[in-house]
Design a protein around this ligand. Structure first.
Ligand code: TYD
Length: 423
């Protein structure tokens, strides 16, 4: 990836994260506590971004001392509650991850206290993508944005190779004053025309457009597949994984094979139905392959193309384990009929959940009525498991083997670690 700049700096509130709710509520709390009249929502929103001290003076007519007291009251609520009333803008985690992976310097320059920025970066799991977090100290009331920006750059960085992305004029004006490129994030808390008037080199109404500009291409998504024999507890782990990734600010698409889109779901019915007993192994393998290529085109590729994380319940490895080994059709045949799929996508990370056949049999019998494949005999499932073991040995960098006989929490700990590694 050919990056546009070397150093990418971001304002936090209104650019990286939508922190509005927590700020508005905490300002409202401080005004009530100090006996100042309440402000309308729109004015409370003006507090997002610039130094609080200035805003209290400007919008509430406070003196210097009153503003200090207001900040103290604000923090009472904000530090423990308000801070977490926020969310990353959808697509921001993918953008930061892509920049980091492409070797860019990524920093935060914000008028928020540095310790809060650090907490939030950790909370959202983006700390690993950041080279610098520059915020204010607790005592300073009016930090100059230019100083905050300089502190987020490495020594001797050439400002011409640096861009500052922000949603308020302060960000843009400071960037321009330092000779940097100023990128306006108009999806945040700017008022119409504010960013252009401040001299922004480019202004973006939405984050995907800004991300594409910054990267020179769309951020790359991540393709995670989960595998294992029937009854290994995949569904539970998948639900937990989705929740975890979304909390970290990633957009996810949860899908499954066979199925995942209307045509492939119809093929699924044919494959799994007990009416299809007696289907030849070749026909079965071709139906899985047919359902897969449709699913890739309709769901997986489009999601990856816009930077989302695809979590897929089974993928090609299932065909290797079940059809190449279980049905003894051989790997060559399966790879051949899936060649069109392989040209397009491959999972970046695969989690293989393993359990003993006895456990898996027991779990199968406790669930919904058994489908055509689940009715197979033990020797079939032994071959399936042997197929998975071979896959894991052949591609240890992609396939993470997780012992799924432990508790849900213990298993998820391993699943999470394997996904974190890929992220
Ligand atoms: P499903 O009910 O989704 O099973 P599970 O909940 O265990 O994932 O049914 C999918 C069945 O299809 C499962 O038995 C595995 C099998 N299968 C194959 O044999 N080959 C394949 O390529 C795929 C995707 C699944």
């Amino acid at each position: 990836m050919a990056l546009k700049y070397r150093y990418y700096l971001f304002d936090f509130d209104g650019t990286v994260a939508d922190t509005g709710e927590g700020i508005r509520r905490s300002v409202a709390y401080s005004l009530e506590k100090l006996g100042f009249p309440a402000l309308p929502e729109a004015t409370l929103s003006r507090f997002i971004g610039p130094p609080l001290h200035d805003s209290y003076m400007e919008y509430c007519g406070m003196t210097d001392e009153q503003a200090e007291a207001a900040i103290a009251a604000y923090r009472e609520r904000y530090v423990d509650i308000g801070l977490y009333e926020s969310r990353l803008y959808p697509g921001m985690a993918a953008l930061l991850r892509s920049l980091h992976r492409a070797g860019a310097w990524v920093g935060i320059a914000s008028a928020k206290p540095a310790f809060m920025l650090q907490r939030l970066a950790k909370h959202f799991g983006i700390d690993g993508y950041l080279n610098a977090i520059s915020g204010t100290g607790l005592g300073r009331h009016s930090a100059d944005k230019r100083d905050l920006i300089l502190a987020a750059l490495p020594e001797g960085a050439d400002p011409k190779q640096a861009c500052m992305c922000g949603d308020r004029r302060f960000d843009i004006e400071a960037a321009k004053a330092l000779g940097m490129v100023g990128i306006g994030a108009d999806y945040g808390y700017s008022v119409p025309g504010e960013l252009r008037a401040a001299g922004a080199d480019a202004v973006f109404a939405d984050l995907p457009a800004m991300a594409e500009h910054l990267l020179g291409e769309r951020p790359r998504g991540l393709f995670i597949s989960l595998e294992g024999s029937d009854g290994c507890g995949k569904s539970t782990q998948i639900a937990l994984l989705k929740e975890y990734l979304e909390k970290r600010g990633f957009e996810t698409v949860l899908t499954r094979e066979p199925g995942g889109c209307p045509i492939s779901e119809r093929i699924r019915e044919v494959i799994l139905s007990l009416d299809s007993r007696g289907m030849s192994a070749e026909c079965e393998a071709l139906l899985y392959a047919a359902s897969r290529i449709e699913h890739v085109r309709e769901v997986i590729e489009p999601a990856l193309d816009c930077g989302k994380i695809v979590i897929c319940d089974r993928f090609l490895d299932s065909s290797i384990a079940y059809q190449a080994y279980g049905r003894e059709l051989g790997e060559d045949f399966i790879r051949q009929i899936n060649a069109k799929t392989l040209e397009r996508v491959r999972p970046d990370r695969t989690i293989l959940l393993t359990v003993d056949l006895a456990v898996s049999r027991k779990r199968m019998s406790q669930g919904a009525p058994l489908d055509r494949l689940e009715l197979e005999k033990d020797d079939f499932f032994h071959r399936v498991q042997a197929g998975y073991t071979r896959l894991a040995q052949a591609e240890p960098d992609r396939v993470a083997v997780v012992d799924a006989s432990r508790s849900i929490e213990e298993v998820f700990e391993s699943v999470r670690a394997a996904v974190d590694e890929a992220l």
